[in-house]
Design a protein around this ligand. Sequence first.
Ligand code: DOR
Length: 427
Amino acid sequence: MKLLIKSGRIIDPSRNIDRVENILIEEGKISSYPAETKKLEKDKKINLIDASGKTVSPGFIDMHVHLREPGYEHKETIRTGCEAGAAGGFTSLVCMPNTNPINDNASVTEYILLKARKEGIVNVFPIGAITKGEKGESLAQIGEMFEAGCVGISDDGMPVMNSKVMRHAMEYVRPFNIPVISHAEDKNLSGNGVMNEGFFSNKLGLGGIPNASEEVIVARDITLAELTGVHLHIAHVSTAGSVRLIREAKARGIRVTAEATPHHVMLTDEAVLGYDTNAKVNPPIRTAEDVEFIRDGLKDGTIDAIATDHAPHSEDEKKVEFDLAPFGISGLETALPISLKLVTEGVLTLNQLIEKLTFNPAQIVNIDRGTLMVGAKADLVIFDTEKAFTVDRMKFRSKGKNSPFHGWKLTGHVEYTIVGGEIVYSA
Ligand code: DOR
């Protein structure tokens, strides 16, 4: 099937392109940028999308999602997670290993990839666990998982508390040239904390998680990355101190990259007032000062990527006392309009934002996506930066309706998501 996308504003940071052009897609790939389309439009074998007034970019790549399958299919499945991704403009999802069983060996990786091939409407790239069962004790079958298709390793959801085990993992993984993704948290400092430690945790009488809980592990992992030369990626940066540490490490030439989530740049811990479990997330939403630092980090390139940490949970699980609810926000279907606020608020240009949603995450996990150069896989998103709508979490494709953005009036709407030249979502 051929597809002609006409007159869209094409933003492709991989090639530094921002101009109105036509794109012809053939056999699942970007085939050409025809200047003249009259003849093509008459061809009955070519589908036409008029993208006038819309933005066309490489499909978004979410390098941090929880698809929950196998094991927690009541929260999400590979099918529903991919549908949510497509609705959010994502053509590739990088999924974390804290499933049941944990993705700590090649047979689980193969299961995920098989399911994704059969039921997933977008690309799925698994992350393997660092340690067996994410227990932090002995290394998982990293080599086999790499062979099977894992694009990085992480014990996301759980930190690797033993520094020697982390060092060993970094040394082991270095020859594979895949990143070690750090969920930076000192479990002893977090204790029984359920939100940011500060004014609002005191006011609400809830246990706090201090910034230091994240920062001591960010500092440790940067130190170990320097020792081993591995590519370290810091997941979901939430504190001012982490931004400072990563900025300084980058300046010293250490191989470190980082991501931030839309909720950590758009909310403060005040969101927890009213004991709203939809704002309970790990790492917790922090203060206005932390938000400012993360925004500065995005602006100056300290933070390379925007990733959602899409963490769907069922209504039953979230409708309990704050202390008992699981951590997590369902983020795939609000990521674009929330992130676009960074553009309207003057933090990022639209081109910088798209780079952090496409080219940069593709580079971090080393996948051949995130570009619209001729010959590349035709993974694209077409969106309207002006279209306003109100978030209705009950309309999410995701099984996880746990969003703190319910009822927000936002602008930025996905019109089409295209994977390998096929339309997988249209508004
Ligand atoms: O909020 C979170 N939810 N943070 C994590 O690190 C894990 C995730 C989950 O799996 O629910």
